[in-house]
Design a protein around this ligand. Structure first.
Ligand code: PLP
Length: 353
């Protein structure tokens, strides 16, 4: 499919590098393609970034049939633009789409559209260490109808946002609130997808944690409220007795690409890695015996987020010595090294734009 290009008359002014924050500024262009039953995906276009007109009966506004993805483009010291395992994001988008009755989209085609879009917006990829261009592909139901059924029309879009370094004052551990009142997902639901509804459902717990002085929520399983699932928008890892342990993917957890990368890197480095069910009780017992030396989150936004404290059932515990651990630091250095092209990429994870 040929992608139409609509040029912008006047390019936008770039935001100051030191004030980027996360997801507040958007580039000059966006990619868009429409779907209609009987026609399929059609009319791909790269056009000036800006508002789109919405019918008030648009199905996504009423029933939340929406999915998204999140990945980044990194500018290395060599000036090259790199994407990290981008095809995995579009594969996962189709997994999410399938669960939400959204039609399949050609993964290679949207990846090539993304690269074309980034080339038009190449000047927007920030250069400073730790900064990147955040990429947000998403699909929403666009049929105008207030009856409940899978929409017959969709819009797939990609928007781009230059983002600041996640750790502006160094690689600092965060405090985590273990939520045992609200739940995020259950097996059979949409926990394994990047469905927008997973975020709507998590806001209340997140707000509660913030009020109590915690930066993130650790979700427990929706049935026993005992087994560990994941943190906000990150998967979670524990280092217990020198083993790296992460909850297995049982249908309610998002299969993070960073999670998979950490598992593979740790295995290559000779660590013992276990993907299995792990309960909050086991974590607390390991802490009591002095065996819980590290915990960290993994996700595209922060890459690795060390954890200094958990609070479950009004019982706060400090992880290890409360500082960033050795494994978290090594994973962070290796992953960001590969992403910015500073070190060798032995698994062929990066692609040039
Ligand atoms: C996106 C996301 C993650 C992290 O996935 P990555 O592919 O590593 O960025 C983890 N948990 C949830 C709920 C997410 O939405």
């Amino acid at each position: 499919m040929e992608i139409k290009f609509v040029k912008r008359d006047v390019l936008k002014e770039k935001p100051p590098l030191n004030a980027l924050g996360f997801g507040r500024y958007f580039t000059d262009y966006m990619f868009m393609i429409d779907y209609k039953d009987g026609v399929g995906w059609h009319n791909p276009v790269i056009q000036p970034y800006g508002p789109i007109e919405l019918d008030p009966a648009l199905m996504v506004l009423h029933y939340g049939q929406a999915v998204f993805e999140g990945l980044k483009c990194y500018k290395g010291d060599d000036g090259l633009l790199r994407l990290f395992r981008p095809l995995e994001n579009f594969r996962r988008l189709n997994v999410s789409d399938d669960r939400l009755c959204i039609p399949y989209i050609d993964e290679k085609f949207v990846l090539s559209a993304l690269k074309e879009l980034i080339r038009y917006d190449a000047d927007w990829v920030p250069e400073a260490d730790g900064t990147s261009l955040y990429i947000r592909p998403f699909v929403v139901a666009t049929e105008a109808c207030v009856g409940v059924h899978p929409s017959s029309e969709y819009k797939f879009m990609i928007i781009l946002s230059p983002v600041g370094a996640y750790y502006e004052e160094g690689f600092n551990p965060v405090k985590i609130y273990v939520e045992d009142e609200y739940v995020r997902a259950v097996k059979g639901g949409i926990g394994f997808t990047k469905g927008a509804a997973n975020y709507a459902i998590s806001l209340k717990g997140q707000e509660k944690a913030h009020k109590l002085g915690y930066s993130q929520v650790l979700w427990l399983d929706g049935v026993d409220r005992k087994f560990i699932e994941e943190v906000g928008s990150m998967n979670i890892f524990f280092v217990i007795n020198n083993k790296l342990i992460t909850p297995s993917l049982e249908g309610s957890i998002l299969p993070g690409i960073t999670r998979d990368s950490v598992i593979r890197l740790a295995t290559r480095k000779g660590m013992r890695v276990e993907e299995r069910k792990i309960s909050i009780i086991e974590v607390y017992e390991a802490h009591e015996k002095g065996l819980l030396t590290e915990a960290f989150g993994s996700g595209t936004a922060a890459v690795i987020s060390p954890i200094s404290e958990f609070n479950w059932d009004n019982r706060p515990i400090t992880v290890g010595d409360g500082k960033t651990g050795k494994v978290a630091q090594e994973m962070y250095d290796t992953l960001t090294g590969i992403q910015y092209g500073r070190i060798e990429d032995p698994l062929g994870w990066t692609q040039l734009v």
